[in-house]
Design a protein around this ligand. Structure first.
Ligand code: PRX
Length: 659
């Protein structure tokens, strides 16, 4: 880790004790840490008791084939039964599960009893469409109740879902459908985005054409939810309307139990190469991990709390903390379709006021955007129902933490800064709201039952006050089991760096402060974090070089006040010569759109600089560190290892003229 990163460490000294009332009634008290330390597997076995098991497990963890884990060996359960049916059976059928708020202002309250009927109908429909346990189903939907219902219906029938974020392009969707061999795609005509209908189905149609051309087609049907009512092209051979097949199906469906290690879902996430990784999560351990952490970290009281997580179900946060953890705990929650500024910049606060939200979970990038818009907007709403605030996705800087605490939390709500990853499935490092005195900017310590440490290059834990690499020292129930179809890459990526110690390498830099609290410092690999979303530099570089006029590209994540990091690309055009200035602008716009088409709008570079050369070492490795210096307007660092030391002068000169 660079000296510079370490010297940027916060010198923050403030800390906030848990509110006395919350601490007194907290779900999880300080003794949980000691109990888990005394016997970690017994601790997780006890947490497994939160679920209904159709068949009990005979072993908590089988780690004999590490790093391939089996949790709750021999146990059988049905996830949809656990997330829905059992709450109805317990007499809570009339409790609202979802307060859905559509962007245009339409609302739907769905009780657990209604959710059970809907999920059962959808499960019957999936089976009528030939879906069997183990089949893969791709879900490409807006944030509407059908997204939650579709995921639960897949889980109910034992199909493995892969949810693709609606902001991804047809190309990105095609590669995910093909990689996991999806038999069915569930989509909608469109969703609402910033006040206007935004089509989704055309991207599915385009993706299927692309897959057909590649001869990898196994998609048998496309199940289409009617959301916006916009016109859609229709292929009668494969397209079916949700309202025709699901609404017509019976609401009686028997939920069969599946093995604890039955594959539940694949979530694609950026790695350090161009190809996204299919991160595989399974059934029993995943649900135990997400249910426990949601209960502990949000201090959830399912009968009285109203919870809202603003993530999209297309990301892991939506999977673990909108769908599985919260519903397993029988929560009442808000599900919002749209953006924070539609139709006005107070939309989120209006929703909190209306539904009296008590637990709120969002990302630092959103908080920084609200800071920019000014406190007068949230100040115009009654946010007094809130009792706890959560943060996820990237380090929360102390300024944003203090603003969140003061303006949104009225200086009374504790903040839980939760560190975790798509791979971990559940929160790993976080304060416990009734126990921990939170420090602005620190995720604090590993949760009970979780082992985390910061180590040096040799895998030796660093002393307090020092920085290094974040590792997870013990297996945990909701850990990824492998990368879909690529066990070798799974072992290489996460388990080879500290093989001797058997540690999981998270890819994040971190520091332990004098009290041993953990401060996250960002990625140590070529993964960028843009608004809390993970994108790899290589993925965007591949998209750029797939454009016919691009010879070579290098991408870096440059610090950005709002989005945490922003994408800055350096591009060498074919035939060497730089285009004329005006043509250059047009071409830059074209390249940005090209990346959006290849990956999705979230991957559009903030800026693209056309350069004559890229800085490379003598062995040909691009020195992104130097490009980052230029992008962040710093004096360019040590260039002595460059093959051609003049390159940086040329690039820096070009950067000045282009900004
Ligand atoms: O770098 C860390 C950052 O996000 C990465 C994981 O990204 P993803 O798999 O997309 O999951 C995001 C939602 C869980 C991590 O390697 N990250 C996530 N949460 C935090 C964080 N960095 C600092 N503090 C956090 N609370």
């Amino acid at each position: 880790m660079s000296e510079e990163t370490l010297s940027n460490l916060s010198t923050e000294t403030r800390s906030f004790e848990p509110p006395a009332e919350l601490a007194a009634a907290a779900n999880v008290k300080a003794d949980a840490y000691a109990a888990a330390d005394a016997d970690r597997l017994a601790f997780w076995a006890e947490q497994a008791g939160r679920l209904d098991w159709a068949e009990p497990f005979t072993q908590v963890l089988d780690w004999s084939n590490a790093p391939f884990a089996k949790w709750f060996v021999g146990g059988k359960l049905n996830i949809a039964h656990n997330c829905v049916d059992r709450h109805v059976e317990a007499g809570r059928g009339d409790q609202v599960a979802l307060h859905f708020v559509g962007e245009p202002g339409d609302t739907r309250d769905i009780t657990y009893a209604q959710l059970k009927d809907e999920v059962s109908r959808a499960a019957n429909a999936l089976e009528e469409l030939g879906i069997e346990p183990g089949d893969r189903v791709a879900i490409y939907l807006p944030m509407i109740p059908e997204a939650v219902i579709a995921m639960l219906a897949c889980a109910r029938v034992g199909a493995t879902h892969t949810v693709v974020f609606g902001g991804f392009s047809a190309d990105a969707l095609a590669s995910r459908i093909a990689d996991c061999n999806a038999k069915l795609v569930i989509t909608a005509d469109g969703g609402y985005r910033r006040g206007a209908p935004s089509a989704l189905k055309p991207a599915v149609d385009e993706a299927l054409v692309k897959i057909d051309n590649d001869n990898t087609a196994i998609v048998e049907n496309v199940l289409v939810v009617r959301r916006t009512g916009q016109d859609v092209a229709w292929n009668g051979d494969i397209d079916v309307w949700w309202h025709e097949v699901v609404d017509e199906s019976s609401e009686i469906h028997e939920a069969k139990a599946f093995d604890a290690e039955h594959p539940l879902f694949v979530m694609y996430s950026s790695g350090t190469t161009g190809k996204p990784k299919g991160i595989l999560h399974t059934t029993g351990g995943y649900l135990v991990g997400t249910a426990y952490t949601h209960h502990a970290v949000f201090d959830l009281k399912p009968e009285t709390d109203v919870y809202w997580c603003t993530a999209d179900v297309g990301w892991i946060t939506g999977h673990s903390y909108i769908v599985y953890g919260p519903l397993a705990n029988g929560v009442t929650q808000v599900l919002y379709e749209g953006t924070p500024d539609s139709p006005h910049k107070g939309r989120w606060w209006e929703i909190i006021e209306k539904y009296k939200v008590t637990l709120f979970y969002t990302a630092p990038t959103a908080i920084r955007t609200f800071m920019k818009w000014g406190r007068s907007i949230p100040d115009g709403f009654d946010l007094s129902s809130l009792r706890l605030l959560g943060s996820v996705g990237e380090p929360i800087n102390p300024e944003a933490y203090m603003w969140y605490r003061d303006v949104i939390g009225g200086d009374r709500c504790p903040i839980v800064d939760t560190w975790w990853q798509t791979e971990t499935g559940m929160m790993m490092i976080s304060p416990l709201p009734g126990v921990t005195a939170g420090k602005p900017g620190s995720a604090m310590t590993a949760l009970p039952g979780v082992g985390a440490d910061v180590v040096d290059e040799a895998g030796v834990p660093v002393p307090n006050g020092s920085g290094g690499y974040l590792v997870l020292t013990e297996p945990w129930p909701s850990m990824l089991r492998t990368l879909m179809g690529d066990d070798e890459r799974f072992v290489d990526t996460y388990w080879s760096r500290f093989k001797e110690q058997g540690y999981y390498f998270a890819g994040d830099g971190a520091k332990k402060d004098e009290d041993g609290a953990i401060w996250l410092l960002g990625r140590v690999d070529d993964v960028m974090n843009i608004s809390g979303h993970r994108l790899s530099t290589t993925e965007i570089e591949s998209a750029l070089v797939s454009h016919p006029r691009v010879a070579e590209a290098a991408v870096v994540g440059a610090a950005d006040e709002t989005t945490g990091q922003a994408i800055v690309a350096y591009v060498i055009l074919r035939e060497g010569a730089l285009a004329e200035a005006t043509q250059g602008e047009e071409l830059v716009a074209e390249l940005r759109n090209h990346v959006a088409k290849e990956i999705g709008a979230i991957a559009k570079p903030r800026s693209i600089m056309l350069v004559p050369e890229l800085p490379k070492t003598r062995s040909g490795k691009i020195m992104r560190r130097l490009l980052k210096d230029v992008a962040e307007n710093r004096v360019v660092g040590d260039t002595t290892t460059l093959a051609d030391s003049n390159v940086m002068d040329l690039i820096a000169a070009g950067a000045k003229t282009s900004t």
